[in-house]
Unconditional design. Structure first.
Length: 180
C-alpha cells in the first residue's frame, strides 16, 4: 500500500519527534514476511533512521528478549550496524515496547510528542507498541513501507483498518523535517 499521490509530505519537528523501529533483530528480519522481505523493511528503516539522525531527531530501537531464559536465542540482538551512537535502545519483554521498559519516561524527558513507526511485525510488535503510545497521548505516524508481517493480509489489516484510526499512514518518502 502506498499513500495517495495527493497526500502532501509530512513535515515533522525533529526536536519533538522520534523514530521507533521495532524488532529489527537478526532472527526476526530473517523470517519469511510479507508484503516485502525483512531485508527490504530493514533498508527502508535504515533510510528513515539516516533521515532522522541527519535532522537531529531521536532514533529508538526496540528489541525483544524472552523473559525467564538464561540465554536469549541466537540472533536476538539488533541487526549489525543498525544502532549508532546517540540512538536509544530499549529492551521489551512483552509484545509492545512500553510495558516495563521505561520507554515512555525516556521519551518524555526528551520532550518527544510524535512517534514514527516501522518494524516487524506490523500487526504484533509495531501495532502493540503504537497502541500503547496512543493511550499515552503521543501523535502517531506509520511508515507503511518500513514494515512487514507474517502474512500480507495481517499487514494490510493493520495498515488499512487500524493505523488510520490511530494516526497517519505514510511512506518513507513522505517523511521529512520542517526547517527550524
Amino acid at each position: 500500500m502506498t499513500a495517495p499521490e495527493t497526500e502532501p509530505r509530512l513535515a515533522l519537528d525533529p526536536a519533538r519527534t522520534a523514530l521507533v523501529l521495532v524488532d529489527l533483530m537478526e532472527r526476526i528480519v530473517g523470517l519469511p514476511v510479507e508484503p516485502r522481505k525483512g531485508t527490504e523493511v530493514l533498508a527502508a528503516a535504515e533510510e528513515l533512521a539516516a533521515t532522522f539522525r541527519k535532522a537531529g531527531a531521536l532514533v529508538v530501537l526496540v528489541r525483544g528478549e524472552r523473559p525467564g531464559l538464561p540465554e536469549q536465542p541466537p540472533g536476538s540482538g539488533l541487526v549489525a550496524g543498525l544502532a549508532v551512537e546517540g540512538d536509544l535502545e530499549v529492551v521489551k519483554r512483552t509484545i509492545g515496547g512500553f510495558q516495563g521498559s521505561g520507554l515512555d519516561e525516556r521519551l518524555r524527558e526528551r520532550g518527544i510528542s510524535t512517534l514514527v513507526f516501522g518494524g516487524i511485525a506490523t500487526n504484533l510488535g509495531v501495532e502493540s507498541t503504537a497502541r500503547a503510545a496512543g493511550d499515552l497521548g503521543y501523535d502517531l505516524v506509520f511508515a507503511e513501507d518500513a514494515m512487514a508481517a507474517l502474512t500480507a493480509p495481517e499487514h494490510e489489516a493493520s495498515v488499512r483498518l487500524d493505523f488510520p484510526r490511530l494516526g497517519t499512514v505514510v511512506t518513507t518518502a513522505q517523511v521529512h523535517f520542517s526547517a527550524g
